[in-house]
Design a protein around this ligand. Structure first.
Ligand SMILES: Cc1ncc(COP(=O)(O)O)c(C=O)c1O
Length: 430
């Protein structure tokens, strides 16, 4: 699909209309909004081609100017003198501190990864599972959650059980999803593995309420029997205005190259401070703790978040530039980002829902949706619909699941006029 997108190239008419109109966001009255031209200024920080209506910027980030500049400066240092650049920047504390400040967490609770996939795989393969243990997950999670859990189960003898949180995504409710988890917990459940925002349907799960259910189930359990609550958070990270404490989960993995618009090939794995020692690293880290013990011929110390940062050399100019992405979000404000994305998504979903030839699969409510919208058009396969939209300069994607839908995802780089342009093109397909 991506090759196809590239092949089409940047020809054709401009979709971007000058001067965004009155804000639906303000009209919807959800949270403070910056002046309209503030969003145009934010859009101008990106080098995204103006020939396209970019409605899938969540897939893989385009770097905004401050991130591009930070990468370039670091790349120059690496090209000038790689060992000296390594020596200057190898302590990852500034990167972890920037992530921690954004997440409302502590730097020593964060491992750095290259992607959501890397975070989830190191987490699930690192959990102390054994035969007789059960991992509870859902039918809605991404391939990388299901596969990481399969790998973990095959190595440990634990079993994985998948449940549905809803039958019909557009009719999902927070209560129904929480109840589904509550009902499925058993004395053998050791891990609950879910996804914050389903890229299959756009449904946002009630992580906090689920965490409370799990905390109640953990009351009275011995430490080794307690349930660990793990979340693939990638499609809420950079969208919602919450901290890790607000979510209440135990571990949270996310790539920073989607909604955060961080350097491509960056990610974080966060976990509660007291839980890191239970994990078994898979890839040796390049920090002090493990290496010092190895040099001294000592047993490895208890696992820390730093020790769960996979070692080896990385595309360091990207990793070290990650603080620029968090600073970019901070300069806008987490609350404004969340309000903006929700307002544009609501505008889009309300428009789609009003069309008779469209089936909207994502709920309208802000509490159980975020930035991804899944829908179908009668008589068209998702693939055909995606290409039809691309022909009309709207960058849509299809969800990579057994049941696939077309997705659009209005984000901070989009305007109300962009959303209107999507609605116009979908309306024309009636
Ligand atoms: C829900 C979900 N989790 C994980 C991933 C993989 O993310 P990454 O590319 O950061 O590994 C995706 C991909 O878009 C996804 O939709």
């Amino acid at each position: 699909m991506l090759e196809g997108l590239l092949a089409i190239g940047a020809v054709g008419c401009a979709t971007r209309e000058a001067g965004t109109a009155a804000t639906a966001a303000t009209a919807a009255g959800r949270g403070p909004q910056p002046p309209v031209d503030e969003w145009q200024r934010i859009r101008s920080e990106f080098d995204l081609s103006p020939a396209w209506n970019h409605m899938s910027s969540f897939l893989l980030a385009s770097h905004p100017r401050p991130v591009r500049e930070a990468i370039e400066a670091l790349r120059k240092q690496l090209d000038d003198n790689p060992p000296l650049a390594l020596h200057t920047h190898e302590d990852s504390t500034p990167v972890r501190e920037a992530a921690a400040a954004y997440m409302g967490a502590r730097a020593d609770e964060i491992a750095l990864t290259d992607s959501t996939t890397m975070g989830l795989a190191t987490l699930y393969l690192g959990l102390p599972l054994k035969a007789g243990d059960e991992v509870l997950t859902t039918t809605h999670d991404h391939y990388v959650t299901h596969e990481s859990l399969r790998f973990a189960a095959e190595r440990t003898g634990a079993t994985v059980r998948r449940i549905a949180l809803y039958e019909k995504s557009s009719a999902a409710t927070a209560e129904g999803m929480t109840e589904a988890i509550a009902k499925a917990l058993t004395p053998a459940t050791r891990v609950v593995a879910i996804t914050w925002v389903h890229s299959s349907s756009g449904v946002k799960t009630p992580v906090r309420a689920m965490a409370e259910v799990i905390a109640r189930a953990n009351q009275g359990r011995a430490p080794q029997d307690r349930i660990v609550f793990c979340v693939d958070g990638v499609h809420g990270f950079g969208v919602e205005d919450v901290t890790m404490a607000d979510l209440g989960c135990d571990f949270f993995a996310a790539g920073c190259h989607k909604w955060i618009f961080g350097p491509r090939g960056t990610g974080v794995l966060w976990g509660k401070a007291e839980l890191w020692p239970m994990l078994r690293p898979t890839i040796p880290h390049f920090g002090q703790e493990g290496h010092k013990a190895w040099i001294q011929g000592q047993p490895a110390p208890p696992t820390t978040a730093s020790m769960m940062t996979p070692g080896g050399f990385h595309s360091f100019e990207h990793r070290w530039a990650l603080p620029a992405a968090f600073a970019f979000h901070k300069s806008i404000g987490k609350a404004k980002v969340a309000a903006r994305i929700h307002a544009l998504n609501r505008q889009c979903k309300e428009g789609l829902r009003a069309m008779k030839h469209v089936t909207l699969h994502t709920p309208l409510e802000d509490a159980i949706s975020a930035g991804i919208i899944c829908f179908e058009v009668a008589g068209m396969t998702p693939e055909a619909l995606m290409w039809k939209l691309i022909e009309r300069k709207v960058i849509a994607t299809t969800s990579p699941y057994a049941t696939s839908y077309v997705r659009v995802a209005p984000s901070i780089i989009n305007s109300e006029a962009d959303v209107e342009a999507v609605l116009r093109e979908v309306r024309a397909l009636a």
